[in-house]
Design a protein around this ligand. Structure first.
Ligand SMILES: Nc1ncnc2c1ncn2[C@@H]1O[C@H](COP(=O)(O)OP(=O)(O)OP(=O)(O)O)[C@@H](O)[C@H]1O
Ligand SMILES: CC(C)(CO)[C@@H](O)C(=O)NCCC(=O)O
Length: 412
């Protein structure tokens, strides 16, 4: 193949950058998440002057027509410890300037980007210094809930259950969505009772979360990346590390209280009775046991909070899950076991991006003005809200966290 025909990733990013609009960030303890909209490269050339303008189509709703802009919602993540890579990406793509190289800061007006998460405070000065932009802070809980509600409302097959290797998409009935418990498993874990749009309360949390799995896992297995740790856990057997009910009861179940001989009686408990050191254990088994410990614990606390408020549905989000079958299965089994089948664990396809999507949504008015131009603003002067058509995501595509989904935007 002619090498000149090969489009490098950097080139394709730069090509895309001219169509970038509307960036939002969620800067967490472990990961930075970016969500940005790119218009489809679809221009009409205006006569001989060759002026191009974006082609918008029209959507009819009831008796009114709305201009529509077609494009993609893009998702990207970076490790917070590598925030410089994130800054570089934003710079290369001109994401902070709406993809426009010409629009370099004049000094008269500072560009503001919507941002949420603790890092929107911690790194505000860094963003100002390096990119000349200010971070317009949105509350983390507001964004998580707004993001979850938005995704559940507009993305086709966003929610699914997972148990015993069976994945099943859940049809969301908008009239029967609330109340639910949102459990966001990031570095730490937040549990939020959601009763409607903007109507929620953070009812609990635990510091034993994704950061604990990654941190302890790194120390105990010496693995170098989160993906490596997940991979190890996939291949391990927790029986080598955990003390089971059968270990205590001479191979028998303790059926009177509903515990089978294979249930974990004490996570990592086997290590106390064996004359072994860390190096004598398989890293795979340790990773597996650790993943079970953290997931079981979160599943149990989630169930207790659902019980506290009589909630039947628990949606799990956050990047700890990474759509890892074993994690999802453990959380589901824990919820199912403790609730005796009363409560259901559900997962979200865009699990790690709830906060970033929420921040993105919070900038709708500004963004839409930019996105659709003055014409729209004049047509719909009173009500500008970001609305998108039901988004279809191919279900057979395994998404690794950096992805884009087709959507169209209109003011409704
Ligand atoms: N590539 C990765 N690198 C590091 N951690 C990862 C990665 N992929 C998944 N994780 C897991 O996801 C967790 C972070 O999830 P998430 O991005 O939802 O939270 P956060 O916003 O960083 O944390 P918090 O909300 O507590 O500030 C990590 O602690 C780790 O368990
Ligand atoms: C501190 C936050 C909110 C930062 O995202 C998160 O890491 C968290 O919810 N941690 C758990 C803290 C607790 O409730 O014990």
């Amino acid at each position: 193949m002619d090498p000149r025909e090969v489009e490098t990733e950097a080139n394709s990013d730069q090509n895309q950058s001219s169509n970038v609009y509307h960036l939002a960030l969620d800067i967490g303890g472990s990961l930075v998440k970016l969500v940005y909209f790119t218009k489809d490269d679809d221009h009409i050339v205006d006569g001989e002057e060759g002026i191009s303008r974006e082609k918008t189509s029209v959507k009819s709703k009831g008796s009114r027509d709305y201009p529509v802009l077609n494009g993609k919602l893009n998702f990207k993540k970076f490790e917070t410890s590598k925030i410089n890579d994130c800054l570089q990406f934003i710079k290369t793509m001109n994401l902070h300037l709406g993809g426009n190289q010409q629009q370099e800061n004049t000094g008269s007006q500072t560009t503001a980007i919507k941002a949420t998460g603790g890092g929107s405070y911690k790194y505000a000065d860094l963003f100002k210094e390096r990119l000349g932009i200010s971070l317009d802070k949105e509350d983390e809980m507001d964004c998580l809930v707004a993001g979850a509600n938005f995704l559940l409302e507009v993305v086709h097959q966003e929610a699914f259950t997972y148990m015993g290797d069976q994945k099943q998409f859940v049809k969301i009935d908008q009239n029967d969505l609330y109340p639910y418990l949102l459990v966001n498993i990031g570095s730490g874990v937040g549990m939020i009772k959601v009763e409607g749009d903007g109507k929620f309360e953070r009812v609990s949390g635990t510091s034993i979360g994704g950061g604990s799995f990654w941190g302890l896992g790194k120390l105990l297995t010496k693995c170098k990346s989160f993906d490596e740790l997940l991979d190890l856990s996939y291949r391990g057997n927790n029986r080598a590390v955990d003390m089971l009910v059968g270990d205590i009861y001479g191979g028998m179940d303790y059926s009177k209280i509903g515990l089978s001989s294979t249930a974990i009686a004490s996570s990592f408990g086997r290590a106390i009775s064996e004359n072994k050191e860390l190096k004598d254990y398989n890293p795979e088994d340790i990773a597996r046991s650790l993943l079970r410990l953290i997931s079981n614990n979160i599943g149990q606390i989630s169930y207790l909070n659902a019980l506290r408020f009589g909630l039947k549905r628990i949606f799990f989000g956050g990047f700890f899950i990474r759509r890892h079958p074993f994690t999802m299965d453990t959380l589901s089994v824990a919820v199912n076991f403790w609730s005796k089948g009363e409560a259901k664990a559900m997962f979200l396809r865009h699990e790690g991006f709830l906060g970033a999507v929420g921040a993105f949504m919070s900038s709708d008015k500004h963004g839409l003005k930019e996105l659709l131009g003055n014409e729209v603003v004049q047509q719909t002067p009173n009500k500008l809200s970001f609305a998108v058509d039901k988004i279809q995501v191919p279900i057979d595509v395994e998404l690794n966290g950096d992805e884009s989904i087709e959507c169209s935007v209109y003011a409704a």
